[in-house]
Design a protein around this ligand. Sequence first.
Ligand SMILES: [Fe+2]
Length: 438
Amino acid sequence: MTFRYMPGFGNDFETESLPGALPQGQNSPQRPAYGLYAEQLSGSPFTAPRGANERSWLYRIRPSVRHAARFRPTACERWKTAPNLHDHELPIGQLRWDPTPMPNEETDFIAGVRTMTTAGDVTTQVGMAAHVYIANTSMVDDYFFDADGELLLVPQEGRIRVMTEMGAMEVAPGEIAIVPRGMIFKVELMDGPVRGYICENYGAKFTLPDRGPIGANCLANPRDFKTPVAWYEDKETDCRLTVKWCGRFYRTEIDHSPLDVVAWHGNYAPYKYDLSTYSPVGAILFDHPDPSIFTVMTSPSGEEGTANVDFIIFPPRWQVAEHTFRPPWYHRNVMSEFMGLIRGRYDAKEEGFVPGGMSLHNMMLPHGPDAEGFEKATKAELQPMKLGDTMAFMFETRFPQHLTRFAAETETLQDDYIDCWKGLKKRFNGTPEGDWSD
Ligand SMILES: [Fe+2]
C-alpha cells in the first residue's frame, strides 16, 4: 500500500480515489457520481468565524447512519476520562515512570490505552487526558471513534498505520498524527509491538501558535503537515465499531467497513507531522527563552496565552549561550507538565528518564535539573555543543492533571524520583563568590 499526502496545515483540501467521484461546483448534487452519498462532517459550529470554521464534505458508499446499529455498553477499563478525581491514595509529588511494558496477551490499539492523567471536564469540552498506548495486534474488522476529543498520537516504538475515514497515514516514531474528534479509524501495526503516547484533547482543536517577532518562518512550518489523500475499503464482512462518548464506551455491530469515503473536500481532516522538520529558535548569546519557544501546536482555552494544552518538543539543537546555565532552569508553574521521551536523552535528566518513560510535574510543584545535571552544567566549559540524539515532548495544560489509579499503582512508578535533587548542595556561605569548592 502506498501512502500519499497533501501538504499544509488547515488547508481546504480536495481529493478523490476514483476519477470524477468528487462533485465540482457544488456540495450536494441530486445524484452524486458512483452512487455515493454526500455527507457533511462538522468540526466547528456552523457559525464559527471563518478562520475557525471547520467542516468537510464526504462522498461515501453508505451514509454514516448505516455504520451504526443499536449500541450496547462495552468496557475499556484503563481508558479514563476527566473528571476522574481521587481515584487513588498517592499524595502529591513530582513523579516519574519507567516505560510501560509491552502486553503479554493479545492487545489492539484501543484495548492498549492506559490513561496516566486526566485534566478538566469532558462534558464542558475543556482539558485533556495523557495516555500511553501499547499494542501487539492490528485492528482488522474493529473500528473506533472518539467523540470526546481529538487524538494526538506520539509513537515511541514501532510504526503504525492509522487508517481513517478520510485517508491512511503511516506514522513512525519521531512523527505525530492527529485524528480529529469523531473520525472513525483503526490502527494497524507495521513492525510488531508498538508503544507511544496520546494526548486526548477535549478542548479547542490544536492549531499553530502565533510567532510574534519570530516572523513568518521557523518553529513548525505549515507545509510540513501532511493530510492523507482519499482511500476507502469496500469490505462486506462482520465489523465492530466502538465509540467513546463522554467517558463511556459503546459498541455496535455492522456488516461492512465504515471506512468507505471515496472522495472528500474540506478542512476538517487528519494529518501527520515529522518532528524533525521543526525548526527550533533559541538563545544565540546568553540565557534561554521559556520552553514555549518549542511549541509545535497549541489548543487555546479562550483566555489569551493560557493554553488548554500545548504540545511542546525538545528536539536536537545547538547550545551556544555564553556565561549561562544551559539546561532548563528550576521552575514552579501554574501550568501542569506531563513529559515523555521518544528517543535519546533529555538534558536536564540524563539518568532515570528513559525512552518510553514519563514524568509529571503538576501545578506549582517544583522541578528542574537533577543534582548531577546541575553539577555538570555549572562546571562545563561553555563551548558550542550539540544536543544530538534526543526528542522529548510535553503535554502542558492550564488544568491540574489528576493521576489515574493505574498511574499511581503501576510497578513502573519510580519511588526514588524525588531523590534526584537530594544531592543539590548549599553553595551560599555569605560571600559573593559562594562555595563552589566541590
Ligand atoms: Fe517546567
